[in-house]
Design a protein around this ligand. Sequence first.
Ligand SMILES: [Zn+2]
Length: 241
Amino acid sequence: MSAPEHNKPSVGKITVIHGPMFSGKTEELLRRVRRAKIARRKVQLFKPAIDNRYHATQVLPHFLAHAGDESMQVGEAAHVVSHPREIAALLKAETDVAAIEEAQFLDGSLFELVRRFSRQGVDVILSLLDQDYRRLPFPIAGSVSNVGDYLAIAHESLKLAAICVVCGQDAHHSQKLTLSSIDREGKPIYKPASFFTEVVTVGTSQELTQNKLFADKPLDFPESIYEARCRFCHVVADEPQ
Ligand SMILES: [Zn+2]
């Protein structure tokens, strides 16, 4: 069977996969990328440079990264970009599908780029962290206010839930915990982050915070850690009532 020629639809489909951390957004995005490849469609995968937790140039499902398996078989080669304009420059004329991982870390100019790709007949698949640790729509610098704008223009959206690490129910929220103290046995004690600590967004000094957060420093405890929690178990310290 040969690949179909020049049968791009006139409008590219915009798909948004969203949910909290640890909800399998990456796995779902990669599943769709693989399906597109089986259908002999040309796919390009992009990821923000800021998402350097697991691997510099591959998008890996998080559970595999946790298991220490960085096999080239499971990951998909990705272009690492720091600005949406790099995606525009890297997109090849023959590409049918542009898949963008952790799109909340790219600035708001991505919004117009997604619309342009769709107009040009390129399918776009985005994975998005939809809420910040305060359970508010994840803020984005630039032309859009938050990730909700991407949901508004999507042709298809898929909301995924993680599992609450406290009670085992479906989790829709990312719990931020900040290092409070070290106990006598040298173990770190974490407490729910204050509503008034800063949200990691792009284009600010907080990029440094983000990089520091996920840097390999085995002897130090990270200032902040995240876990998935349900609404009942999710706590935001100092939250205005
Ligand atoms: Zn719970």
